[in-house]
Design a binder for this molecule. Structure first.
Ligand code: MTE
Ligand code: LUZ
Ligand code: MOS
Length: 777
């Protein structure tokens, strides 16, 4: 490990290998994405005997199943296999962390859209038609649908969480001002372009190959084995790419793969299951909606001395990942602010709705919604701006650098980023211009707001911060790279290939990244927590350096020079006056019987966390970013637009700037969707009514800020020795969209004043804006 941290880019005569780290290269599948030749699971040619699966869903939120009559289903045309909970060969349990989270409901259903039975038929149309013939009768049970109802009933999926630092009650007794407030933000569907899909192919005996659209092949492997009662070594899970995951395929892909695998086992035929958009939206979980309540004590400047906070998230029917999600919400309720005396009580509410799950930010966005509401409430109360209140609360200065969970904030880039955004986005001048505009514009009103982001990088369960890679160098100099991370569009395969190209100093065309497979790199973590390139990049570097050291020895002997005189540069290996191409040296190694294959492993150093007490240093480092957003609202219709957004994001020394900028743009727009337009709506019986794009509005190209300026923070290598000093990028910029919400709130405030504008709830749909304006009930 030690040696790897000091690796620098080697070059000779100023020449660099094409496609090493730091270069802006297009996504490895960009051409295939555009041409439509990138192969997703449902694009695979249909093999002989392939069956298609469908799912029978509950149409009650909470009920006893009194009759389950599948006799008509079983004899329907084309049907080969029908499976209920009782037919599952192993355990009926898909829980990722805990246990008792059924694949198929047995006796009782706990949400509208829960799977009760699965069917395999010769064609998808036959499977769907058969599903509609099921006769199911229920006896309704009382359903808890909302956070409020669950809190009242003390219905939780896991025990409450508490995080405390300092003397909260003592601090309240001392402060000059107090207030109480509340904030809510809705959930969000992942709306990946590719819905959940998997194909299971039985082989000899208990062996099976499962191709799954998953962020977590190892967990799919484990859960398929649990459902089938098979050892892990019998099942191989493979994923080439996902058409988006966004957290939705972290734990829940195992349900879909599990269904395909169970049907494949029972029918002894290959089975494909691809959910339709409607079924995907009804049957699988989303971002947790959140309720925050806080009591704050602060001084005349707005500096917060005491905070007593409740964060409640809607978990749905089972725990799934709600524990770690809530944990991350608690660990981000400080955002960029020092809270000297703070108590946070966290509740993961059990409701009779679909189990919510990981979604970009993983509780961080929910925590920050509460953080920013606290700032906004203090500002409104004191008649100050958000920025004035933030200024006295930021981390930094004597004794003000420790988070509520006890981790010190060392690498604080916030002051620098803030200053750069304030200047480059001409904040002061634009505020004045907006005030003038609002004074003369009776209907359209503008708002402007900044949002500062601090986000902790690493899985908050320390164990998960490990990764592996496997590299083969062939005798023609081409390189086969396999690593534990999955590709969901974020460019991980490319970034890791760049790392390997950099290490070997070969052009990136020579590095081939193959599908992620559990039989090549075992026991992997999900590709999540934005840590994909941090973890797998390091593991791949370790593997490459192992092979490189062997090649170096061979080259030194061949050239008759010392080992440290051998230089890998620009596709060649030099020593003394001699040189060989990378391919020639690979061939020499083979002739000398030197292995050209190696596995690499990495674990993040230094991190630790006690989930019971919510203390420790869970994050290897923090990322920072600032967004300044300007919005306009139509006060008659409530419609809104984001006119301009200026972003500077800290990605350390970027592995690939163009990919990182793409991640920022995509994440930001996705965050905008969450906070300004995407609305999940359940009826009083707990039935999701927004399960298709006709009723669920996600941002389109026309919703992009009219003027959109994204920059990477310059000259800011990670203070920690991460892979080539880069920083994670996948999730953090999602939260920058909070600037849009705050800008809309600012526009509302120009009409009704700052205190009443606090009524605005996320998503800030036209209806929500009209409600905040007091124009509708
Ligand atoms: N980008 C694309 N195009 N598609 C995705 O599904 N998922 C996001 C982010 N960026 C996602 C994406 C989420 S939730 C995470 S955690 C990271 O990518 C995971 O990949 P990384 O760790 O390699 O950044
Ligand atoms: N922790 C985290 C997790 O910070 N991010 C994740 O995606 C995650 N997934 C599972 C368990 N803990
Ligand atoms: Mo991302 S929510 O950590 O998959």
């Amino acid at each position: 490990m030690g040696a790897m941290n000091v690796i620098s880019t080697s070059s000779k005569d100023g020449l660099r290998a094409k496609g090493g780290v730091g270069q802006s290269i297009a996504h490895e599948s960009a051409n295939r994405h555009v041409r439509g030749s990138a192969i997703y699971v449902d694009d695979m040619p249909e093999t002989e005997g392939l069956l298609h699966a469908w799912v029978i869903l509950s149409d009650r939120a909470h009920a006893k199943i009194t009759t389950l009559d599948l006799s008509a289903v079983k004899v329907a045309p084309g049907v080969v296999c029908v499976c209920t909970a009782d037919d599952i060969p192993g355990a009926n349990d898909v829980a990722p962390i805990l246990s008792n989270e059924p694949l198929l409901a047995k006796n009782v259903v706990e949400y509208w859209g829960q799977a009760i039975s699965i069917i395999a038929a010769e064609t998808e149309a036959q499977a769907r038609a058969a599903a509609s013939l099921a006769v199911i009768e229920y006896e309704n049970l009382p359903a808890l649908l909302t956070i409020d109802a669950a809190l009242e009933a003390k219905s939780l999926v896991i025990k409450p969480m508490v995080m405390v630092r300092g003397d909260v009650d003592g601090a309240f007794a001392r402060v000059g001002h107090m207030l109480e407030g509340e904030v809510r933000a809705g959930g969000q569907d992942h709306f990946y372009l590719e819905t959940h899909v998997a194909q299971a192919e039985p082989a000899e005996e208990d062996e099976m190959r499962v191709i799954s659209s998953t962020q977590h092949p190892s967990e799919v492997q484990h859960i398929v084995c649990r459902l089938l009662g098979a050892p892990y070594a019998a099942i191989t899970v493979e994923v080439r790419r996902m058409g988006g995951g966004f957290g939705g395929k972290e734990s829940q892909a195992s349900q879909i793969a599990g269904m395909a695998a169970v049907l494949a086992r029972l029918s002894r035929r290959p089975v494909r299951l691809r959910l339709s958009r409607d079924v995907d939206m009804m049957m699988t979980g989303k971002r947790h909606d959140v309720l925050g309540r806080f009591k704050l004590g602060f001084d005349d400047t707005g500096r917060i001395e005491a905070a007593d906070i409740v964060i409640a998230i809607r978990a749905g029917n089972v725990p799934d990942l709600s524990g770690p999600v809530l944990q991350r919400a608690l660990c981000h309720v400080d955002n960029a602010y020092y809270l000297p005396n703070v108590r946070v009580n966290g509740y993961a509410c059990k409701t009779h709705t679909v189990s919510n799950t990981a979604f970009r930010g993983f509780g961080g966005p929910q925590g920050m919604v509460v953080a920013e509401a606290m700032i906004a409430h203090v500002a409104a109360k004191l008649g100050k701006t958000l920025d004035e209140v933030r200024a006295v609360n930021y981390y930094g200065g004597e004794g003000r650098d420790t988070t509520p969970y006890g981790q010190r904030v060392t690498d604080n880039n916030m002051p620098r980023i803030l200053k750069e955004v304030e200047e480059s986005a001409s904040i002061a001048a634009r505020r004045e211009a907006n005030a003038a505009f609002n004074a003369s514009s009776p209907i359209v009103k503008k708002g402007l707001a900044l949002f500062p982001l601090k986000f902790g990088i690493s899985f908050n369960m320390p164990t998960l911060n490990q990764a592996g890679a496997l590299i083969h160098v062939y005798t023609d100099g081409s390189v086969h790279l396999n690593q534990g991370g999955t590709e969901m569009g974020q460019g991980l395969y490319l970034k890791v290939a760049q790392v390997v190209a950099e290490s070997f100093q070969i052009d990136i065309e020579h590095v081939r990244v193959s599908s992620t497979r559990t039989d090549k790199v075992p026991n992997t973590s999900a590709t999540a927590a934005s840590a994909g390139s941090d973890l797998n990049g390091m593991a791949a570097l370790a593997a490459a350096e192992t092979i490189k050291a062997r090649m170096r020895d061979v080259a030194a002997a061949k050239f008759g020079v010392a080992v440290d005189e051998v230089i890998f540069a620009n596709g060649r290996i030099y020593g003394g006056q001699k040189s060989l191409s990378f391919a020639e040296l690979a061939k020499c190694c083979w002739l000398e019987r030197v292995s050209l294959s190696a596995a690499g492993f990495y674990k993040t150093p230094d991190i630790h966390f006690d989930a019971e007490t919510c203390t420790g240093e869970p994050f290897y480092y923090f990322t920072y970013g600032v967004c300044a957003a300007e919005a306009a609202i139509d006060t008659l219709t409530g419609e809104n637009r984001i006119l301009r957004a200026d972003i500077i994001e800290d990605v350390g020394a970027s592995l690939n700037p163009v990919i990182d900028i793409g991640q920022i743009e995509g994440a930001f727009i996705q965050g905008m969707g969450w906070l300004t337009m995407e609305e999940l709506w359940w009826d009083k019986d707990g039935r999701l009514k927004t399960h298709a794009p006709s009723t669920y509005k996600i941002p389109t190209s026309r919703d992009i800020p009219v003027d959109f300026r994204v920059k990477l923070l310059g000259d800011a290598p990670n203070a920690k020795p991460t892979i080539f000093r880069s920083k994670a990028i996948g999730e953090p910029p999602f939260m920058l969209a909070l600037a849009c919400f705050l800008a809309l709130q600012d526009a509302v405030a120009s009409v009704v004043g700052a205190e009443k504008a606090l009524r605005l709830e996320a998503p800030a749909t036209p209806e929500a804006i009209l409600r905040a304006l007091g124009r509708v009930e």
